[in-house]
Design a protein around this ligand. Structure first.
Ligand code: CA
Length: 524
């Protein structure tokens, strides 16, 4: 056999080049901007779905870096998600299981470790953990949920009144702080929006967005929950139950006075009408004039059309989804301001920018709003990351990642040791375009807020793999659900107990038991 020497030499030469290791010098610690919104569903971000909205600035982060297509929360509700983010540990270990709990700020969190390694740390915007932030050199946060207009904020302990639209104000404060930061240190900023949390009050400049447009109903809008447990049918988060005041922005005279006829997710115990009138009264005269110019038309339509049944329900959906999306649009604009700031100040290359939400949300799927369930719409959230020193443009990661992974990722990038009791995995390999062989193929979820609080979603825990999901609803119920996510992505067909799923069910039950053991989930 004749050997082709020139080709052989060329092949050997190329092989040598490809084997030559680039000298591995440790990278300087990156700046970190962790952008988190509240209740932003994947379906309301155009990187994931273009049916409802364009979000060019959020999308830009993913286009210039990585889009994660399977990012999940371990307990789908606001404050618990934030506690997991900070501590890198599940709710049953960080002690914050539902929105009523107070966060124990004495425990370890990742900002404290970053401080020790020389970072300047800050949090601006929504905090929602009841106790004062710990581990931050600078904090300037909303009180509780915070309003959409004219918020009071607490700056390192001092309460200050602000006038304007909260999404804009949080961004102004974040950029002001970046301007005056200590430039000799890397920074880590948590820049956290209140929007698009309920009750979805848009900026006046977006009142006309979607004005003459009918948005599509999701496929599962008229779900009848027929194969599922009573947990799915007995919740109180159906769009038909939304408040006419707080959610639809009507006034008592529009429905003829008296108690607001919606239950709003409170099981009917709470009349939101007076609270809504009070929130209108906090607007400045200019804001109120702009508000009335838009909503008077909505109110007039409602009074004159005498909507009932399906027509009323679909009108409520349109009202809800449009105000929600208008709020998202303001967030997207403000993220654009932050990205511009990084560009203009030469910070883009060495700054990790993360965009995510504290959990997902129902945009009419299953007839719902809100979150809490382990079903897909509230279990998953958007996640895009850009760090041009490591990431390449337009990477996509399909592996399952969790909000538990953020803390170890930031410490890993900063070159700090990751505490052994942190339960997530660093995402740094994905930033380097590598997929670890031992990446997770399943994860554990648990939700606790029942019967107290809002929406009456029963307590449950479960396991999700790349193809299936097993859920156990417990407490005042003992019901299991099993879904084949590939055949039934909308989770309409509970196959628990069916003979042809027996082996899968048995494997999931074993996996669930193992995860509970590994993660130190208390019995009972
Ligand atoms: Ca939330």
């Amino acid at each position: 056999m004749k050997t082709n020497f020139p080709i052989l030499f060329l092949a050997l030469f190329l092989f040598q080049i490809s084997c030559k290791e680039a000298p591995k010098e440790p990278l300087p610690p990156p700046n970190i901007i962790f952008i988190m919104t509240d209740d932003h569903a994947n379906n309301a971000m155009s990187a994931y779905s273009t049916k409802l909205i364009e979000t060019p600035n959020m999308d830009r982060i993913g286009k210039e870096g990585i889009k994660f297509t399977n990012s999940f929360v371990t307990n789908s509700i606001c404050a618990p998600s934030r506690a997991v983010l900070l501590t890198g540990r599940y709710s049953h270990l960080n002690g914050l299981r539902d929105n009523r709990d107070h966060f124990d700020g004495n425990q370890m969190n990742f900002p404290k470790i970053l401080q020790q390694t020389g970072y300047q740390t800050s949090v601006v915007g929504k905090w929602h953990l009841k106790t004062a932030p710990t581990g931050f050199d600078y904090w300037n946060v909303l009180i509780g949920q915070g309003p959409y207009y004219n918020p009071k904020m607490v700056e390192n302990g001092d309460t200050i009144d602000h006038e304007g639209y909260t999404t804009d104000i949080i961004t102004d404060l974040a950029l002001n702080y970046l301007e005056k930061r200590d430039t000799t240190k890397p920074f880590c900023m948590l820049y956290h929006h209140k929007a698009p949390h309920r009750n979805w009050m848009p900026h006046p400049k977006y009142f006309d967005l979607y004005k003459d447009v009918e948005l599509p109903l999701p496929e599962t809008f008229y779900d009848d929950y027929s194969t599922r447990s009573k947990a799915a049918s007995d919740q109180d988060q159906r769009i038909e139950h939304m408040y006419l005041s707080h959610d639809m922005k009507l006034l008592p005279e529009d429905w003829g006075g008296g108690k607001d006829p919606g239950t709003g997710g409170s099981g009917g115990s709470h009349d939101a009408g007076p609270g809504h009138v009070a929130s209108m009264n906090r607007l400045t005269p200019e804001q109120r004039a702009a508000w009335d110019a838009h909503y008077d038309e909505v109110r007039k339509y409602f009074r004159e059309s005498n909507l009932e049944g399906k027509e009323l329900l679909e009108w409520k959906y349109q009202r809800y989804i449009k105000d929600y999306l208008r709020c998202v649009k303001s967030v997207d604009d403000n993220i654009g301001r932050v990205l511009d700031y990084l560009d203009e100040n030469g910070l883009t290359e060495n700054t990790l920018v993360v965009y995510t939400s504290d959990q997902g949300f129902y945009l009419g799927e299953h007839g719902w709003y809100d979150k809490r369930f382990m079903y897909e719409e509230s279990l998953r959230m958007p996640l895009v990351m850009r760090y041009p020193t490591l990431t390449k443009p337009s990477q996509t990661v399909e592996k399952m990642v969790l909000n538990l992974d953020f803390a170890p990722t930031f410490l890993d990038l900063a070159g700090a040791a990751i505490p052994t009791d942190f339960q997530g995995q660093s995402l740094k390999p994905f930033l380097e375009n590598e997929t670890p062989d031992d990446w997770r193929s399943s994860f554990y979820y648990q939700y606790y807020e029942y019967p107290h609080g809002w929406h009456l979603v029963k307590k449950h825990y479960g396991v999700r793999t790349e193809t299936h999901k097993l859920i156990h609803f417990y407490d005042d119920i003992d019901s299991w659900e099993l879904f084949d996510l590939q055949a039934d992505p909308n989770e309409l067909n509970n196959v628990f107990g069916q003979e042809n799923f027996a082996e899968i069910q048995s494997n999931l039950e074993k996996e669930l038991a193992q995860l509970k053991k590994d993660l130190k989930v208390p019995e009972g």
